[in-house]
Design a binder for this molecule. Structure first.
Ligand code: KG4
Ligand code: ZN
Length: 340
């Protein structure tokens, strides 16, 4: 892209991960994430605890990112940070830190939209990973988001579908809670699903118009089903856990793939890139690969560490915006409901 020597620090603090990353041109030199274990015992993210933990983590995480990259702060060309969407108390920590740091170093400040970053993570230079060509469809699936986006160019994107209630990761986590699994439950449901029969139990898919999603009805259906069966047999969950997980996973993947089929038909675009923590799911990965054979799709799954919340994706957007000299002013504020 350029022969210049550009170093950007990316900072991400939108939810419960404090993350910092240094990118040199398009390549990641460091990608540090401090996960907040504290939320596990509450079965979900507690906003007040998240912002406090960000306060504790941000300085050491940034320090580590610079150290691992082998550069000093004086070598940085700009600071990129997540402006939103996310939890306000969490966003404020990263935003305030980034503003002060950029001001202190007298270098440009770059604001990044977290949802765009999940998508643009595909443009990090990484051996063995191909970059999608414009236009393509991006499906972001995580504990906080579920969207289908038509990506026309780096900064020209149209959201063509999104959830009207829970995110897909929440569907996993809330189902897991009903089954007595730990938080987050997605990875365990996925593991057990691979050992069970996906057609053992049938859950109806929600009917939602167009390309939007709904997952709250599924959670309720699972709750009623488990209550009903457990009344008949108190050991129902224990005796059928793998089959229940496989059936839930089968239903969720069916919902995602059905919408992708409509989206590809509607837009005429057959390139699909996914992002967000749920992209780690074995079932969705397999279904996408199958889609290459069955529907002529070309699919892209980024390296795992770039799919969950991370700062490398913020740094790559910072780099792309730096090349366009698209900088933020010091009076910029965090925006919890920032749209693509
Ligand atoms: O992107 P992420 O780390 O954080 C945000 O929510 O933004 O995604 C976390 C979500 C959780 O809901 C978790 O249960 C889900 O991703 N998840 C999975 C898998 N690994 C993580 N869901 C299904 N299958 C997986 N293998
Ligand atoms: Zn995210």
């Amino acid at each position: 892209m350029t022969s210049q020597n550009i170093y950007i620090l990316g900072i991400e603090s939108s939810c419960d991960d404090t993350a910092a990353s240094v990118i040199h041109n398009g390549s990641i030199l460091s990608n540090v994430v401090a996960n907040q274990k504290i939320h596990e015992e509450y079965g979900g993210v507690v906003p007040e605890l998240a912002s406090r933990a960000h306060q504790q983590n941000i300085v050491p995480v940034v320090h580590q990112a610079l150290e691992k990259a082998g550069i000093t702060k004086e070598q940085l060309n700009a600071i990129a940070f997540t402006r939103g969407p996310g939890l306000m108390g969490s966003l404020l920590v990263g935003t305030s830190f980034a503003k002060s740091f950029a001001y202190g170093l007298n270098i440009p400040l770059i604001d990044v939209n977290h949802m765009q970053a999940h998508i643009l993570a595909h443009f990090i230079d990484e051996e063995g990973f191909e970059k999608p060509e414009f236009p393509f469809l991006a499906m972001t699936i995580s504990g906080g988001h579920t969207q289908i986006v038509k990506v026309n160019n780096y900064f020209n994107m149209d959201v063509i579908g999104e959830t009207i209630d829970d995110a897909v990761g929440e569907a996993y986590d809330k189902s897991g809670k009903i089954l007595g699994l730990g938080y987050p439950a997605g990875p365990e449901i996925d593991k057990r699903a691979q050992l069970g029969n996906p057609k053992a139990f049938k859950f109806t898919k929600p009917k939602v118009d167009g390309l939007n999603f709904s997952f709250s009805g599924l959670k309720t259906a699972i709750l009623y089903f488990i209550q009903r069966e457990s009344k008949k047999n108190p050991d129902f969950i224990k005796e059928n856990l793998n089959d229940i997980c496989a059936s839930i996973q089968y239903t969720i993947i069916g919902i995602l793939i059905d919408k992708l089929k409509v989206a590809t038909k509607q837009t005429g675009i057959n390139q699909i890139a996914i992002g967000g923590g749920v992209s780690a799911n074995s079932g969705i990965r397999k279904a996408l690969k199958d889609g290459e054979q069955k529907f002529g799709w070309k699919t892209y799954v980024p390296k795992f560490e770039f799919t969950t919340d991370n700062a490398a994706m913020i740094a790559i957007v910072g780099y792309l915006k730096y090349l366009e000299e698209d900088f933020a002013e010091q009076d910029i504020t965090a925006s919890a409901r920032l749209k693509i």
